[in-house]
Ligand binder design. Structure first.
Ligand SMILES: Cc1ncc(COP(=O)(O)O)c(C=O)c1O
Length: 371
């Protein structure tokens, strides 16, 4: 059915598009980007798609979905995250938050009396998720560079040795891009003679960067994690929020429930799910390939290091963690920070060198910041 808008309503949409397009050019502070051309997928917006249910289950009653493509996306992630495809299950989520909720849900089902440990630098949504899944939890101190404080973690686990720990590990914190050291965490667990535990990796941004670096910090299934959540709209970037969650299959089987109405298994957090976002991820994976991802990551690192040098030339101390595209610098000149949509927390501000950020943009920003 053709539907048309009145002129004033049409103008409203035009204005909104112009505003967002202009703001996109001045967005340096958040892990979001849209540099890839996905127009070949636009015809999919002409049909109804809903990925309800388990993408890996046999075809259910409702078939207007992209489950096949979603499974291919999950398999690709299994490969780059060093998982054995047979032992790991996953799906395309609405974003990093849903994947973190899934990991904590599985952990709570496995250890109903478990204690979740997470650091002060953990993403703000995690305390809300912990309340939603009704999990016991303790916030651990962070070091000044954003990593979890291993001494505080060890001391706190020692006090609660009667219950299994659930480690919520940050693989790239929101503000400083810090990566909790899984080797140090596992050493603590070993020292305390803890044999039953769960590790969830929140790799919202870094989960798409580390696999394409030469010397990644431990963060994936090769390092004995149980589940991982990654955002898809952050890197490589796509026009709407999405992500991927992967978890050990035997943990997922504990929560799976067959539903006659949809003729498939209910293994996901949501019922109706976006069927277009798996297409964006699939397209990026196929169009870029691993080499394309590697090049993209290297280009971001070049811009990150350039940014740090430019700050240094102005006597402003800026820094980043290894394999991170997040540049942390002091919170100064608030109006300019706002203009460029720079995220701030306490005394710190950060610029995230996403693929759309060029050296020219950085020059422009630093010039205005220090004028
Ligand atoms: C470390 C971390 N975890 C989780 C999230 C939430 O991810 P999303 O916005 O994709 O739900 C973010 C978002 O910035 C994040 O930085």
């Amino acid at each position: 059915m053709n539907i048309t808008l009145k002129n004033k309503d049409r103008n409203r949409l035009d204005e909104m598009l112009a505003r967002i397009t202009d703001d996109s050019a001045h967005m340096l502070g958040y892990p979001a980007t849209k540099t890839l051309d996905f127009s070949v997928l636009y015809p999919f917006l002409e049909v109804l798609i809903n990925n309800i249910g388990d993408p890996f289950a046999l075809a259910g009653c409702f078939r207007l979905n992209t489950h096949d493509i979603e499974c291919e996306v999950v398999k690709w992630f299994s490969k780059i995250l060093h998982a054995n495809e047979k032992d790991v299950w996953g799906y395309v989520t609405s974003g990093g938050t849903e994947g973190n909720m899934y990991g904590l849900y599985l952990a709570r089902e496995l250890f109903p009396n478990g204690m979740v440990y997470y650091s002060e630098d953990t993403h703000y949504s995690v305390t809300k998720i912990l309340r939603m899944v009704n999990a016991r939890s303790i916030m651990i101190k962070s070091r000044s560079d954003g990593e979890i404080d291993y001494d505080d973690l060890a001391a706190t686990i020692a006090i609660h040795r009667d219950v299994p720990p659930v480690i919520f590990a940050n693989i790239g914190t929101t503000m400083k891009g810090a990566i909790d050291n899984l080797d140090s965490i596992k050493t603590i667990l070993k020292d305390k003679a803890v044999t039953r535990y769960y590790i969830h990796a929140d790799a919202a941004l870094s989960g798409m960067i580390l696999p394409f670096t030469d010397n990644p910090q431990p963060f994936d299934f090769a390092d004995e994690i149980d589940s991982i959540s990654i955002s898809g709209h952050k890197f490589p970037g796509c026009p709407m929020p999405c992500g991927v969650v992967l978890a050990k299959r035997d943990l997922v089987n504990r929560v799976a429930r067959s539903v006659e109405y949809i003729g498939t298994n209910d293994t996901t957090v949501l019922g109706s799910r976006n069927g277009v976002t798996p297409l964006f991820l699939w397209y990026a994976i196929h169009a870029l390939g691993e080499n394309g991802f590697r090049d993209m990551v290297q280009r971001c690192f070049t811009v990150v290091d350039y940014t740090i040098e430019k700050f240094a030339a102005k006597n402003i101390q800026a820094w980043r963690h290894k394999n991170s595209v997040t540049v942390v610098f002091p919170r100064i000149n608030e109006p300019i920070l706002q203009k460029w949509q720079i995220a701030v927390q306490g005394d710190n501000a950060h610029l995230i060198a996403m693929p759309h950020i060029t050296k020219e943009r950085v020059d422009e920003f630093i010039k205005e910041l220090t004028a």
